[in-house]
Ligand binder design. Structure first.
Ligand SMILES: C[S@@+](CC[C@H](N)C(=O)[O-])C[C@H]1O[C@@H](n2cnc3c(N)ncnc32)[C@H](O)[C@@H]1O
Length: 294
């Protein structure tokens, strides 16, 4: 399915938010067309090894604490689903998994590769024409983290609430750095035996949670939203407007990058060590909400 729903309260086509969405759409469509395999934009093999299911579906990633006692018979929704990678993976748990994405190219691929699921193209600020009050669960991996505009993410979250059942739940993944808003601008450098330096600077490239960088000319790592330890209280307050209970947990991808007296020990593609050692993200952050308020 490829119709985008336009809400009454949606910003107009000339708004800064809509222009940002058009930049994103052009970026991802170009990337998808120019990637011979047209898989996920980014490091497909790496993300295939990250245990997203454990972190999306189990409180604190603890397999003793599933977010539902029974997943079968339930419906889940993947916001910004790309070519359907996580839709297919999550169908191992749920009865039905659907998705939406800003890119028509991605949705065409998702439909080809994932028969039996429904997909919608969105305007970049919604869940598209997905049905209201239908889903038990909505999730996101490696997509919302690339949206540096708070207003856009907020509109998407409101629309996710629309498509959830009254007792629906969410788990959304974001990028977290234990140092943010400081970002390393040099690798760890051993200056003498047992002594190392690393230079950090306050980030100007990416976005804080409430920033609206609608004039960003890059996405997918070029200008992301990054969460740091000092942001967690504000995030709990923000998500608390939409959900009675808000929980966070973190998957460490900073291990094995080497450092003072420590060689890089993990293989390049390993779920606990990000693909690139200079990645600013030290953790994948999972935000879980239950008890929808709107
Ligand atoms: C890095 S890919 C990840 C795809 C998928 N979530 C996965 O894990 O394989 C990012 C996806 O987000 C989509 N996207 C970016 N901005 C979006 C927006 N505002 N609304 C919906 N989809 C968006 C892109 O088209 C792209 O398919």
């Amino acid at each position: 399915m490829s119709s985008a729903a336009r809400r009454d309260d949606a910003p107009g086509p000339d708004s800064a938010v809509s222009r940002y969405a058009e930049m994103q759409r052009a970026y991802y469509e170009h990337a998808a067309r120019n990637n011979p395999e047209s898989w996920v934009v980014g490091h497909y093999d790496y993300h295939e090894r990250v245990p997203y299911e454990t972190n999306l579906l189990f409180l604190h990633g603890d397999v003793r604490r599933p977010i539902f006692q029974d997943f079968r018979g339930r419906a889940a929704f993947d916001i910004a689903c790309g070519e359907g990678r996580m839709v297919r993976r999550m169908r191992n748990f749920f009865q039905k998994v659907d998705g939406a994405d800003i890119s028509q190219v991605m949705i065409d691929l998702a439909e080809d590769r994932t028969p039996g699921s429904d997909f919608w193209v969105t305007d970049g600020i919604s869940a598209g024409a997905a049905p209201s009050g239908f889903y038990d669960f909505a999730f996101c991996t490696i997509s919302l983290q690339h949206i540096c505009v708070f207003e856009t993410r907020d509109l998407i979250l409101k629309d996710i609430c629309r498509i959830l059942k009254p007792d629906g739940k969410i788990t959304l993944q974001y990028g977290f750095s234990r140092n943010y808003p400081a970002l390393p601008i040099t690798p760890v450098q051993e200056v003498s035996p047992g002594v190392a330096t690393q230079i950090f600077k306050i980030d100007q490239q990416h976005a804080r949670w409430f920033d609206n960088k609608t004039d960003a000319q890059a996405t997918n790592g070029g200008c992301d939203v990054v969460v740091g330890p000092g942001d967690l209280e504000a995030l709990a307050g923000y998500f608390g407007q939409y959900f009675e209970t808000v929980d966070f947990w973190f998957h460490d991808v900073s291990i094995g990058r080497g450092g003072l007296g420590q060689p890089r020990i993990l293989p390049p593609v390993h779920p606990n060590s990000h693909m690139t050692d200079d990645c600013h993200v030290t953790h994948l952050m999972f935000i879980h909400g239950t008890g929808k308020k709107i």
